[in-house]
Design a protein around this ligand. Structure first.
Ligand code: PGA
Length: 262
């Protein structure tokens, strides 16, 4: 069985100005030389996508350009929204869908998240679908139900062939930006449940091939322990992706895992 290539995304959220975004992209492009062992993507805010893409391209970097959000309709009267074609036009190849801040702060429902997953895949982009339970749900022993529910809803209608362009990010909501990280064992337990659910929804081959990222206060000091777990194939990084040295250290931890058979 082929090994899953570790994959790490840097979700810059609503941070950095244009100059800082460009400088960070340049520093990452200079520092990331592990493209054979690990995949990397960065997700700047919309206004800086093109600038960051140009900074990466200027260094022929393998780091992919991604968008944090979009609207699933192709064009028209959707004031304030950004289409997938616009993202492709500025060089984005991957999109986040269902991030907990979009689910719980902005209020995106599962139906919209599913529409977005389907539209992005139909447009030929790669999708990182984010799932994760809130603290009250974890305390009520609903972790597996919530995650498998968000997974099944998000992937409804996604074909087996399209799953080759899907990554799942498990991000416990209580761990995002809080400094609280799931223990490697707790994260592994949920990742295993997610992989089993993919097996049920698709088949074992697809379940074994899909990369599962962990997100939630992942940083240089805990990345290696998290990535050492058999079902954790990298991470989706918020705070620690805003500093080049930290993000590069996390990428190194992911690359160190490379070669582990799936
Ligand atoms: P964090 O964010 O690393 O700051 O916890 C993770 C994310 O929201 O993707």
């Amino acid at each position: 069985m082929a090994a899953r290539k570790p994959y790490v995304g840097g979700n810059w959220k609503m941070n950095l100005n244009g100059r800082e975004a460009k400088e960070l992209a340049t520093a990452l492009a200079d520092g990331f030389t592990l493209g054979d062992q690990a995949e990397a993507a960065v997700f700047p805010a919309f206004p800086y996508l093109e600038k960051v893409g140009q900074a990466l391209a200027a260094k022929s970097s393998s780091i992919k350009l991604g968008a944090q959000d979009f609207y699933h309709q192709p064009n028209g009267a959707y004031t304030g929204e950004v289409s997938l074609a616009m993202l492709k036009d500025v060089g984005a190849s991957v999109v986040l869908v269902g991030h907990s801040e979009r689910r719980h702060v902005i209020g995106e429902p599962d139906t919209l998240i599913n529409d977005k997953v389907l539209a992005a895949l139909e447009t030929g982009l790669e999708v990182i679908l984010c799932i994760g339970e809130k603290i009250d749900q974890r305390e009520a022993d609903k972790t597996d139900h919530i995650n498998t529910g968000q997974l099944g809803y998000g992937l409804a209608g996604v074909s087996e062939a399209q799953m080759a362009r899907v990554t799942i990010a498990y991000e416990p909501v209580w761990a995002i930006g809080t400094g609280k990280t799931a223990t490697p064992q707790d994260a592994q337990d949920t990742h295993k449940v997610v992989r089993q659910a993919l097996s049920f929804l698709y088949n074992d081959d697809i379940a074994n091939a899909v990369r599962l990222q962990y997100g939630g206060s992942c940083k240089p000091s805990n990345a290696a322990d998290l990535f050492a777990q058999p079902d954790i194939d990298g991470g989706l990084i918020g705070g620690a992706s805003l500093k080049a040295d930290d993000f590069l250290a996390i990428l190194q931890a992911a690359a160190d895992k490379a070669g582990v058979p799936a």
